[in-house]
Design a protein around this ligand. Structure first.
Ligand SMILES: [Zn+2]
Ligand SMILES: [Zn+2]
Length: 129
């Protein structure tokens, strides 16, 4: 039986979280099960879990973190690289970013972040499943 409550397990409980706001290199998370994840800010922005972005991804069949691609023949509109202007922890379970495109609706729970871990091992596990 699975508990419906979001209980933190070693795999979804970060031991340390580093948001490299000043260097702009992204987010580093070390998990309690020893796994280490690195997310670029662009990846996180594209993986925004809010309803609006999820809807947008659904329409274009993108998976969280997939880059936006222009339709064939369409001109790519210049977009500055996504970067948060600020980041704040939300309770014990999530982190929230205010992005430089003034979007700030996404709540990135630790569980979600672990699910979208972009490392090779996790990527393989996701495509295999
Ligand atoms: Zn969003
Ligand atoms: Zn991973």
């Amino acid at each position: 039986m699975q508990s419906p409550l979001p209980v933190a397990t070693a795999a979804t409980d970060p031991k340390s979280v580093k948001v490299n706001l000043t260097t702009g290199t992204g987010v580093d998370i070390e998990w309690n099960d020893g796994h280490v994840s690195h997310y670029s800010f662009v990846y996180l922005r594209d993986a925004c879990p809010c309803a609006m972005c999820e809807d947008e991804r659904g329409k274009t069949c993108r998976r969280p973190g997939d880059p936006v691609t222009a339709a064939p023949g369409a001109l790519l509109i210049f977009k500055p690289n996504a970067k948060p202007v600020s980041a704040e922890g939300v309770g014990k379970y999530a982190i929230k970013f205010s992005w430089n495109d003034s979007h700030d609706l996404g709540l990135y729970s630790w569980k979600y972040l672990r699910e979208i871990c972009p490392c090779d091992g996790c990527k393989e596990a996701r495509t295999a499943g």
